[in-house]
Design a protein around this ligand. Structure first.
Ligand code: ATP
Length: 216
């Protein structure tokens, strides 16, 4: 366990995302964050209406089912649908506040990819959010940790962000959806139980039904 991460041993790791669909990158970063902090659990927080994504492929309930399939074999990974009960769009600052109010004795740390660290200054009430919770940052292609953090700190000087050790896994939900839609295999990119849940949803939704839902 990396020494500087052990201060999060008693924290719950919060992992917000769209998970459209969840993939191996999400799973690996959650596992490595657990391993390196010694924390007891990661709570995945699928967003019903993420502010920064205009178009969603899969409805919220489907994304929840897919994340549940992703974590099913991992007792330290859990799914929280708290954002379903919060105002839309789903702002992380509101989610963290709601969780802190619901669990006043519990400390939290928020897990993000380095691309999200770069975007953080544009998040709703980023100043409040970064005073409210520290961050764990997973490596992502194109966003080296130190310069990305330095850039983010120009806007959010008090942010607390620590990198987890992780090889770059250059996969994204966008790329995986494109492969799936083109009929290309997603083997190894999306764990089999998630693929099964996804196939089930496609079957139930009907093969002629487009998977895109547009939001204004
Ligand atoms: P999209 O392709 O739609 O942008 P995504 O693959 O980034 O999707 P999200 O659900 O938006 O998936 O990601 C949730 C969080 O996980 C974000 O903080 C994102 O930076 C991080 N993340 C996703 N994939 C990876 C990856 N391969 N490596 C590191 N971090 C990742």
């Amino acid at each position: 366990m990396a020494d500087d991460l052990s201060r999060f041993e008693d924290a719950v790791i919060l992992f917000g995302g769209t998970f459209d669909p969840p993939h191996v990158g999400h799973l690996v970063m959650a596992q490595l964050a657990l391993e390196q902090t010694g924390a007891a659990s990661v709570w995945f927080l699928p967003a019903p209406e993420p502010p920064h994504k205009a178009r969603l492929a899969l409805p919220f309930q489907t994304r929840v089912a897919l994340v549940e399939a992703l974590v099913a074999n991992y007792p330290r990974l859990a799914v929280s649908t708290i954002e379903a009960d919060l105002p839309r769009p789903s702002y992380t600052v509101d989610t963290v506040q709601a969780l802190q109010e619901a669990h006043p004795a519990q400390s939290f740390v928020f897990l993000i990819g380095a691309d999200s660290l770069a975007q953080l200054p544009g998040w709703h009430q980023a100043d409040v959010l970064t005073r409210r919770v520290p961050f764990l940052v997973a490596a992502r292609s194109g966003f080296p940790f130190a310069p990305t953090l330095a850039q983010t700190r120009r806007h959010l000087p008090h942010i607390q962000a620590t990198a987890i050790e992780m090889p770059i896994l250059d996969v994204s939900s966008t790329w995986i959806r494109a492969r799936w839609e083109a009929g290309q295999p997603v083997c190894g990119l999306v764990p089999e139980p998630v693929q099964a849940a996804w196939r089930k949803w496609r079957g139930e939704a009907g093969s002629n039904q487009g998977i895109w839902e547009n939001r204004g």
